[in-house]
Write a protein that binds this ligand. Sequence first.
Ligand SMILES: C[S@@+](CC[C@H](N)C(=O)[O-])C[C@H]1O[C@@H](n2cnc3c(N)ncnc32)[C@H](O)[C@@H]1O
Length: 241
Amino acid sequence: MTGPAQRDSLLSANDNRRMFDRIARRYDLMNHLLSLGLDRRWRKKAVAMLAPREGGRYLDIGCGTGDVAMEVLRQGPGSHVIGIDPAAEMLAIAERKAERAEAGEGVTFQAGDATELALADGTFDGVISAFCVRNITHRARAFEQMRRVLVPGGMAVILELTVPGSRFVRFGHGLFLRCFVPLAGRLIAGGGTAYRYLADSISDFTEPAEIGRMMDDAGFIETRQIALQGGVVTIFVGRSP
Ligand SMILES: C[S@@+](CC[C@H](N)C(=O)[O-])C[C@H]1O[C@@H](n2cnc3c(N)ncnc32)[C@H](O)[C@@H]1O
């Protein structure tokens, strides 16, 4: 399902985990900086599409440092969220955030992989994944797993960085990715390679329409996509039948 260009930038699961472990400490800062603070707004919007409710169960796949899971609790007080991620250092930061927010039993973070969810069928009212799908080699399998764990009618929301459709916006976006992102990664996060990977993984990411098709193939219904900021970011939504 992945084209040759994607295979060029994708890392093995182990290398991916090691990379996120390495950049974990500066991850939030870099996110806010590189998105000019818009990342918070994008996550809020994605969670609003999930529409979490009291008593609902939600899964955050590739939860990283936990911002999406915490936003689910904010928008859906009384809901329960499980965040999974293979990178232990990212999870450690997520756990500290939950402690500081006194989230208690509202949120649980655990090690896990999107393509092999060790979770029962039909147990979540919603699944959300932010900026993670791009890093996954076997995306089709990840989408199948998302659908498997959803209750009938449950909602999947994917937030991802994408390449804008307009040639003009794409030009500026390409310059930003190729020049500014790796430089900021080297200077601030001490990891130029990781941020060069970020730039490559965005440029090589599958066309938004193809992600929609993958969701259809995985059995989602009512799939649609919402482009934000001229397509720099896209939210993909689908419902379990
Ligand atoms: C760019 S971060 C996004 C973190 C968080 N969702 C956010 O909104 O900031 C991508 C995360 O996906 C995780 N990840 C990568 N491959 C994964 C996989 N196969 N299954 C689950 N998570 C994965 C990484 O460890 C990393 O924490």
